[in-house]
Ligand binder design. Structure first.
Ligand code: PAF
Length: 283
C-alpha cells in the first residue's frame, strides 16, 4: 500500500493508472476503521482494479468542536487493517491540504430539503461539510466508483445529490449495513458504549426488524407507532427520531405505496452516544 499525502500526487497517480486502463474504486473514511469500513474495501476490490481509501477527519462536518476533539484517531491500527485488506493507496491529507485557506472551508451549495430534516435538523451545517469534503476528495481521487455504507442513509442521499447536481462522473455504490453478532449496526462510535448501554443498544436493530415484519400485517403508521413505543419503554434509550421516508427524497411517508423505495430511519441517544440505524422496508 502506498501512502499519498497531497492532492496533486494523488491526481497524478490516478491519471497514470487510468491511462493503463485500470478502474478506480474509492472508500472515503475518517479512520477509526471497523469491519463495516473493511466490507466497503472488500466490495471495492470486487469491482475495481485499484482501491483507494482516504482517512481524513473532516473539521467542517463537526458542528460541535468537542465532538471533533473526541473523535478517535487510530492511524497505526487503521493502516495495518488497510494493508491486510489489500488496499492499493491510502490518501492521507492534512487539514491544510484539503482546506488551504478560510475561503476553501465555505460552500454555497444548497442541499435543499435533505439539509433540513432528521440528522440535519440536529446538526445544522453537518451535511454541507460532508458535501464539501466529498466533492474535494472526489476531485482528488477521480474514482469510477465510490463505495459508501447504507448505515449513514442521509449522508448517502446527500452524496447522491452532489454527484448528480455536479455531473461528477462517478458511480455511487451503496453497501449494506454491517452488524455485530447481536444486530448492533457497526459504527466508530460503538467503542463509547459500555455495560448496560452496550446491551440496550441492540434494541435499535430489534425494533427495526420488528417494524419490517409488522408492515406485512399492519398499516405502516401503526407498525411505526409500535416500534416507537417499544423503544420509548426503555429508560436508557432516548429516541431522537424514528421516521418512515421516501428512500430518495427523505420526505416522510405513511403508506408504502407513496414511494418507490421506503426506509425507516432511526436515531437514538444511548449513554450519551448518538446512534443511527435504518432498514429498507420497500426496496
Ligand atoms: O462517513 C464518513 O466517515 C464521513 O462523513 C465521510 C464520508 C468520510 C466524509 O468525511
Amino acid at each position: 500500500m502506498i501512502v499519498i499525502k497531497t492532492i496533486a500526487e494523488t491526481q497524478q497517480y490516478i491519471a497514470h493508472e487510468k491511462a493503463a486502463g485500470k478502474s478506480i474504486g474509492f472508500v472515503p473514511t475518517m479512520g477509526a476503521l471497523h469491519a463495516g469500513h473493511l466490507a466497503l474495501v472488500a466490495r471495492a476490490k470486487q469491482s475495481c482494479d485499484v482501491v483507494v481509501v482516504s482517512i481524513f477527519v473532516n473539521p467542517t462536518q463537526f458542528t460541535d468542536a468537542s465532538d471533533l476533539a473526541k473523535y478517535p484517531v487510530t492511524l497505526e491500527a487503521d493502516m495495518e487493517k488497510l494493508e491486510a485488506s489489500g488496499v492499493d493507496v491510502l490518501f492521507l491529507p492534512s487539514v491544510v491540504e484539503m482546506y488551504p485557506n478560510e475561503a476553501s472551508k465555505h460552500t454555497d451549495y444548497d442541499l435543499g430539503y435533505l439539509d433540513t430534516v432528521l440528522e440535519a435538523a440536529a446538526r445544522p451545517g453537518h451535511f454541507k461539510g460532508v458535501a464539501l469534503i466529498v466533492g474535494k476528495l472526489l476531485d482528488a481521487v477521480q474514482p469510477n466508483q465510490l463505495f459508501m455504507g447504507q448505515k449513514d442513509f442521509q449522508q448517502l442521499q446527500v452524496v447522491r445529490k452532489l454527484i448528480k447536481d455536479h455531473n461528477i462522473p462517478t458511480e455511487l455504490v451503496s453497501c449494506p449495513i454491517v452488524r455485530e453478532a447481536d444486530g448492533l449496526a457497526m459504527s466508530s462510535r460503538n467503542v463509547r458504549l459500555h455495560g448496560e448501554h452496550r446491551e440496550v443498544a441492540t434494541e435499535l436493530s430489534k425494533a427495526l426488524y420488528q417494524l419490517k415484519e409488522d408492515v406485512g400485517s399492519k398499516p405502516l403508521a401503526e407498525a411505526k407507532a409500535v416500534a416507537l413505543a417499544h423503544l420509548n419503554s426503555h429508560p436508557l434509550i432516548d429516541v431522537v427520531y424514528l421516521e418512515t421516508v421516501n428512500g430518495h427524497t427523505l420526505v416522510p411517508v405513511t403508506d408504502l405505496a407513496e414511494a418507490p423505495e421506503v426506509a425507516a430511519l432511526l436515531a437514538a441517544r444511548v449513554g450519551g452516544v448518538h446512534l443511527l440505524d435504518n432498514i429498507i422496508l420497500k426496496p
